[in-house]
Design a protein around this ligand. Structure first.
Ligand code: HEC
Length: 168
């Protein structure tokens, strides 16, 4: 009896090890194409892919979501859209989902949209990014307010003072 239990235990352990393997990375074509759609409609490339918006989206897919060294400067300092190919690629699915649900960032990343993404869309996005594989470099580190960035940035004006809110 003990032997059977041990054997069953070993089998279960072997099974769960296989299930947790990057076999999950083996691309399901439906999820990958849904993830491509989510990335495109979610406008992730507009910021996270160099040159995407200025070229009207004509950047080869192999370069999608590799991050951007065009910074965004405003009252929050300067931020750079991260390399999502390496960032998401380094996470297993469960980690990615938990991370995406609770992520907060500095502007102009619309993290609230990611927080509300459905489970199926988060999984699809993860499958798509993993199907492309890791690529690109790390983006420059963000800067605190008052520190001048060295490279190109999009500048956001300071928000209007509260008393002028809503007035033309
Ligand atoms: C308007 C520009 C913009 C858009 C659109 C945008 N992002 Fe971002 N994103 C950023 C910036 C800038 C940062 C870095 C924020 C910071 O450093 O605090 C960022 C950070 C992130 C991070 C955190 C990465 C890290 O290193 O921790 C994730 C994940 C992310 N974005 C995913 C997405 C996804 C997925 C989409 C599409 C649904 C998207 N972003 C759309 C600009 C954008």
């Amino acid at each position: 009896m003990l032997r059977i239990l041990i054997t069953t235990g070993l089998l279960l352990a072997a099974f769960s090890a296989t299930a947790a393997e990057p076999a999950a990375h083996a691309a399901d074509p439906d999820k990958v194409s849904r993830g491509r759609y989510v990335a495109l409609i979610g406008s992730c490339n507009d910021c996270h892919t160099n040159g995407f918006a200025p070229s009207g989206g004509k950047v080869p897919e192999s370069q999608w979501l590799t991050g951007s060294n065009l910074g965004f400067s405003g009252p929050w300092g300067t931020t750079y859209p991260s390399n999502l190919r390496t960032k998401i690629g380094a996470m297993d699915l469960a980690t990615w989902k938990a991370y995406a649900r609770t992520l907060t960032t500095r502007p102009p990343m619309p993290y609230w949209a990611l927080n509300e993404m459905s489970d199926a869309d988060l999984e699809a996005l993860w499958s798509f990014v993993n199907s492309l594989g890791p690529a690109g470099e790390a983006v420059p580190a963000g800067l605190p307010p008052g520190q001048e960035p060295a490279g190109p940035v999009v500048r956001f004006p300071a928000p209007p003072p509260p008393e002028s809110a809503g007035k033309p």
